[in-house]
Design a protein around this ligand. Structure first.
Ligand code: 6PG
Length: 242
Protein backbone atom coordinates (compact mmCIF):
# COMPACT_ATOMS: atom_id res chain seq x y z
CA UNK A 1 0.00 0.00 0.00
CA UNK A 2 1.38 3.36 -1.02
CA UNK A 3 0.92 5.51 2.09
CA UNK A 4 2.27 9.02 2.58
CA UNK A 5 2.15 10.39 6.11
CA UNK A 6 1.87 14.11 6.76
CA UNK A 7 2.18 15.99 10.05
CA UNK A 8 -1.19 17.70 9.73
CA UNK A 9 -4.29 17.66 7.51
CA UNK A 10 -3.18 21.14 6.40
CA UNK A 11 0.02 19.68 4.97
CA UNK A 12 -2.02 17.22 2.91
CA UNK A 13 -4.09 20.09 1.52
CA UNK A 14 -0.91 22.00 0.69
CA UNK A 15 0.71 19.07 -1.12
CA UNK A 16 -2.42 18.20 -3.12
CA UNK A 17 -2.91 21.85 -4.08
CA UNK A 18 0.64 22.08 -5.43
CA UNK A 19 0.26 18.87 -7.37
CA UNK A 20 -2.99 20.05 -8.90
CA UNK A 21 -1.41 23.36 -9.86
CA UNK A 22 1.46 21.70 -11.67
CA UNK A 23 -0.71 19.03 -13.34
CA UNK A 24 -3.24 21.52 -14.71
CA UNK A 25 -0.49 23.93 -15.75
CA UNK A 26 1.44 21.19 -17.54
CA UNK A 27 -1.69 20.13 -19.42
CA UNK A 28 -2.54 23.70 -20.35
CA UNK A 29 0.82 24.05 -22.08
CA UNK A 30 -0.25 21.41 -24.60
CA UNK A 31 -3.86 22.60 -24.61
CA UNK A 32 -5.05 19.62 -22.60
CA UNK A 33 -7.84 19.82 -20.07
CA UNK A 34 -7.57 18.06 -16.73
CA UNK A 35 -10.52 16.05 -15.41
CA UNK A 36 -10.67 15.93 -11.63
CA UNK A 37 -13.29 14.17 -9.49
CA UNK A 38 -13.64 15.27 -5.88
CA UNK A 39 -15.38 13.91 -2.81
CA UNK A 40 -17.75 15.55 -0.39
CA UNK A 41 -17.77 15.29 3.38
CA UNK A 42 -15.52 17.33 5.62
CA UNK A 43 -11.99 16.24 4.67
CA UNK A 44 -11.76 18.13 1.33
CA UNK A 45 -12.78 21.43 2.94
CA UNK A 46 -9.19 22.31 3.89
CA UNK A 47 -8.05 21.54 0.37
CA UNK A 48 -10.79 23.60 -1.25
CA UNK A 49 -10.06 26.45 1.09
CA UNK A 50 -6.35 26.32 0.28
CA UNK A 51 -7.06 26.23 -3.46
CA UNK A 52 -9.09 29.41 -3.11
CA UNK A 53 -5.98 31.25 -1.93
CA UNK A 54 -2.67 32.16 -3.54
CA UNK A 55 -0.66 30.87 -5.28
CA UNK A 56 -3.49 28.65 -6.52
CA UNK A 57 -6.33 31.12 -7.03
CA UNK A 58 -4.39 33.03 -9.68
CA UNK A 59 -1.85 30.32 -10.52
CA UNK A 60 -4.10 27.46 -11.64
CA UNK A 61 -5.25 27.89 -15.24
CA UNK A 62 -8.82 27.18 -14.16
CA UNK A 63 -10.14 27.14 -17.74
CA UNK A 64 -8.24 23.87 -18.20
CA UNK A 65 -9.67 22.22 -15.09
CA UNK A 66 -12.94 20.31 -15.28
CA UNK A 67 -14.38 19.34 -11.92
CA UNK A 68 -16.71 16.39 -11.30
CA UNK A 69 -17.93 14.78 -8.07
CA UNK A 70 -17.46 11.17 -7.03
CA UNK A 71 -20.81 11.28 -5.31
CA UNK A 72 -23.70 13.48 -4.30
CA UNK A 73 -26.38 13.47 -1.66
CA UNK A 74 -29.80 13.80 -3.32
CA UNK A 75 -30.60 17.23 -1.97
CA UNK A 76 -30.87 20.62 -3.70
CA UNK A 77 -27.58 22.50 -4.28
CA UNK A 78 -28.39 25.05 -1.58
CA UNK A 79 -28.82 22.36 1.10
CA UNK A 80 -26.07 22.14 3.74
CA UNK A 81 -25.64 18.46 2.85
CA UNK A 82 -24.88 19.14 -0.83
CA UNK A 83 -21.34 18.19 -1.84
CA UNK A 84 -21.52 20.57 -4.79
CA UNK A 85 -22.92 23.32 -2.54
CA UNK A 86 -20.00 22.92 -0.12
CA UNK A 87 -17.43 23.02 -2.94
CA UNK A 88 -19.11 26.04 -4.53
CA UNK A 89 -19.13 28.00 -1.29
CA UNK A 90 -15.56 27.25 -0.28
CA UNK A 91 -13.87 27.15 -3.68
CA UNK A 92 -15.80 27.59 -6.90
CA UNK A 93 -17.29 30.99 -6.02
CA UNK A 94 -13.80 32.30 -5.32
CA UNK A 95 -11.90 31.25 -8.44
CA UNK A 96 -12.15 31.97 -12.10
CA UNK A 97 -13.47 28.59 -13.27
CA UNK A 98 -15.82 28.71 -16.26
CA UNK A 99 -19.35 27.51 -15.44
CA UNK A 100 -19.15 24.90 -18.22
CA UNK A 101 -16.18 23.27 -16.45
CA UNK A 102 -18.30 22.49 -13.39
CA UNK A 103 -19.99 19.11 -13.77
CA UNK A 104 -22.18 18.82 -10.73
CA UNK A 105 -24.50 15.94 -9.97
CA UNK A 106 -27.98 17.39 -9.77
CA UNK A 107 -29.10 16.23 -6.35
CA UNK A 108 -32.47 17.89 -6.77
CA UNK A 109 -33.44 15.68 -9.75
CA UNK A 110 -34.94 12.20 -9.71
CA UNK A 111 -31.84 10.04 -9.05
CA UNK A 112 -32.82 7.35 -11.56
CA UNK A 113 -32.89 9.96 -14.36
CA UNK A 114 -29.96 11.94 -13.06
CA UNK A 115 -27.55 8.97 -13.18
CA UNK A 116 -28.10 8.77 -16.94
CA UNK A 117 -27.61 12.51 -17.47
CA UNK A 118 -24.44 12.51 -15.35
CA UNK A 119 -23.07 9.43 -17.11
CA UNK A 120 -23.60 11.16 -20.47
CA UNK A 121 -21.85 14.29 -19.23
CA UNK A 122 -18.87 12.20 -18.11
CA UNK A 123 -18.77 10.31 -21.42
CA UNK A 124 -18.86 13.55 -23.38
CA UNK A 125 -15.81 15.00 -21.64
CA UNK A 126 -13.47 12.14 -20.79
CA UNK A 127 -11.25 10.02 -22.97
CA UNK A 128 -11.89 6.28 -22.97
CA UNK A 129 -9.66 3.38 -21.96
CA UNK A 130 -10.79 -0.21 -21.36
CA UNK A 131 -14.20 0.90 -22.67
CA UNK A 132 -14.65 3.25 -19.73
CA UNK A 133 -14.07 6.97 -19.28
CA UNK A 134 -10.82 7.96 -17.60
CA UNK A 135 -10.53 10.59 -14.88
CA UNK A 136 -7.09 12.17 -14.63
CA UNK A 137 -7.28 12.29 -10.85
CA UNK A 138 -9.87 11.13 -8.31
CA UNK A 139 -9.72 12.37 -4.74
CA UNK A 140 -11.51 10.01 -2.38
CA UNK A 141 -12.38 10.13 1.28
CA UNK A 142 -13.15 7.23 3.59
CA UNK A 143 -15.69 6.93 6.40
CA UNK A 144 -14.86 5.03 9.59
CA UNK A 145 -17.16 2.26 8.30
CA UNK A 146 -14.84 1.88 5.29
CA UNK A 147 -17.18 3.49 2.77
CA UNK A 148 -15.86 5.64 -0.01
CA UNK A 149 -17.77 7.86 -2.43
CA UNK A 150 -21.33 6.58 -1.80
CA UNK A 151 -20.21 2.94 -1.97
CA UNK A 152 -21.23 1.48 1.36
CA UNK A 153 -20.38 -1.88 2.96
CA UNK A 154 -22.79 -4.66 1.99
CA UNK A 155 -24.84 -2.50 -0.32
CA UNK A 156 -24.53 -2.34 -4.05
CA UNK A 157 -25.53 0.57 -6.24
CA UNK A 158 -29.13 0.08 -7.33
CA UNK A 159 -29.62 1.56 -10.79
CA UNK A 160 -26.43 2.03 -12.75
CA UNK A 161 -25.85 3.94 -15.95
CA UNK A 162 -23.27 2.52 -18.35
CA UNK A 163 -21.26 1.19 -15.41
CA UNK A 164 -20.22 4.79 -14.80
CA UNK A 165 -22.45 5.84 -11.92
CA UNK A 166 -25.46 4.61 -10.03
CA UNK A 167 -28.03 5.33 -7.39
CA UNK A 168 -27.59 4.24 -3.80
CA UNK A 169 -28.98 4.75 -0.34
CA UNK A 170 -27.09 5.69 2.81
CA UNK A 171 -27.50 2.61 5.05
CA UNK A 172 -28.14 4.59 8.23
CA UNK A 173 -29.90 7.82 7.24
CA UNK A 174 -31.70 6.34 4.21
CA UNK A 175 -30.65 9.39 2.20
CA UNK A 176 -30.59 8.81 -1.56
CA UNK A 177 -27.18 9.10 -3.13
CA UNK A 178 -25.59 9.07 -6.57
CA UNK A 179 -22.09 7.66 -6.84
CA UNK A 180 -19.44 6.73 -9.34
CA UNK A 181 -19.02 2.96 -9.65
CA UNK A 182 -16.00 0.95 -8.52
CA UNK A 183 -15.20 0.28 -12.17
CA UNK A 184 -14.89 3.88 -13.25
CA UNK A 185 -12.97 4.85 -10.11
CA UNK A 186 -10.58 1.97 -10.68
CA UNK A 187 -10.09 3.09 -14.29
CA UNK A 188 -8.66 6.49 -13.28
CA UNK A 189 -5.10 7.52 -14.05
CA UNK A 190 -4.51 8.55 -10.43
CA UNK A 191 -6.47 7.89 -7.27
CA UNK A 192 -5.65 9.53 -3.95
CA UNK A 193 -7.39 8.81 -0.68
CA UNK A 194 -7.28 11.78 1.69
CA UNK A 195 -7.90 10.35 5.13
CA UNK A 196 -7.41 12.17 8.42
CA UNK A 197 -8.50 11.77 12.01
CA UNK A 198 -8.18 9.08 14.67
CA UNK A 199 -11.68 7.66 14.14
CA UNK A 200 -10.57 6.13 10.84
CA UNK A 201 -7.32 4.64 12.12
CA UNK A 202 -8.69 1.20 12.94
CA UNK A 203 -10.37 0.76 9.55
CA UNK A 204 -7.30 1.96 7.70
CA UNK A 205 -5.15 -0.42 9.70
CA UNK A 206 -7.34 -3.38 8.75
CA UNK A 207 -7.30 -2.46 5.07
CA UNK A 208 -3.58 -1.92 5.14
CA UNK A 209 -2.87 -5.24 6.82
CA UNK A 210 -5.51 -7.04 4.74
CA UNK A 211 -6.96 -8.52 7.94
CA UNK A 212 -9.67 -11.16 7.42
CA UNK A 213 -12.92 -9.36 6.80
CA UNK A 214 -11.31 -6.14 5.60
CA UNK A 215 -12.26 -6.96 2.03
CA UNK A 216 -15.84 -6.02 2.94
CA UNK A 217 -14.80 -2.38 3.11
CA UNK A 218 -15.58 -0.50 -0.10
CA UNK A 219 -12.31 1.44 0.29
CA UNK A 220 -10.44 -1.89 0.10
CA UNK A 221 -12.01 -2.51 -3.32
CA UNK A 222 -10.33 0.52 -4.81
CA UNK A 223 -7.53 -1.02 -6.82
CA UNK A 224 -6.63 0.76 -10.02
CA UNK A 225 -6.70 -1.30 -13.21
CA UNK A 226 -3.80 0.56 -14.80
CA UNK A 227 -3.34 3.82 -12.85
CA UNK A 228 -1.86 4.63 -9.46
CA UNK A 229 -3.28 4.61 -5.94
CA UNK A 230 -1.97 6.38 -2.87
CA UNK A 231 -3.19 7.09 0.64
CA UNK A 232 -2.45 10.53 2.05
CA UNK A 233 -2.91 10.38 5.79
CA UNK A 234 -2.00 12.48 8.80
CA UNK A 235 0.00 11.40 11.86
CA UNK A 236 -3.13 11.10 14.01
CA UNK A 237 -4.38 8.16 12.01
CA UNK A 238 -1.02 6.42 11.93
CA UNK A 239 -1.58 4.07 14.87
CA UNK A 240 0.30 1.06 13.74
CA UNK A 241 3.25 1.96 11.52
CA UNK A 242 4.45 -0.95 9.37
C1 6PG B 1 -19.81 11.95 0.99
C2 6PG B 1 -18.52 11.43 0.54
C3 6PG B 1 -17.94 10.36 1.38
C4 6PG B 1 -16.81 10.95 2.20
C5 6PG B 1 -16.53 10.10 3.41
C6 6PG B 1 -15.54 10.76 4.34
O1 6PG B 1 -20.50 12.55 0.21
O2 6PG B 1 -20.12 11.79 2.17
O3 6PG B 1 -18.02 11.72 -0.66
O4 6PG B 1 -17.55 9.20 0.75
O5 6PG B 1 -15.67 11.11 1.42
O6 6PG B 1 -17.74 9.93 4.11
O7 6PG B 1 -16.16 11.87 4.88
P1 6PG B 1 -15.44 12.88 5.85
O8 6PG B 1 -14.39 13.55 5.06
O9 6PG B 1 -16.53 13.82 6.26
O10 6PG B 1 -14.91 12.06 6.96
Amino acid sequence: MNIKIFNTPGEIAEAVSHRLLSAVKKGSQVNRKFNLAVSGGSTPKLLFNRLSEEPFQQGIPWEFLHIFWVDERCVPPGDDESNYGMTKKILLDKVNIPAENIHRIRGEEDPSDEVHRYAEDIKMHLTVKNNLPVFDWILLGMGSDGHTASLFPNSDLIKTAGNICGTGVHPVSGQNRISLTYDIINNAAEISFLVTGKDKAETLDQIRNKTPGSSKYPAAKINPVWGTLEWLIDKEIEINPK
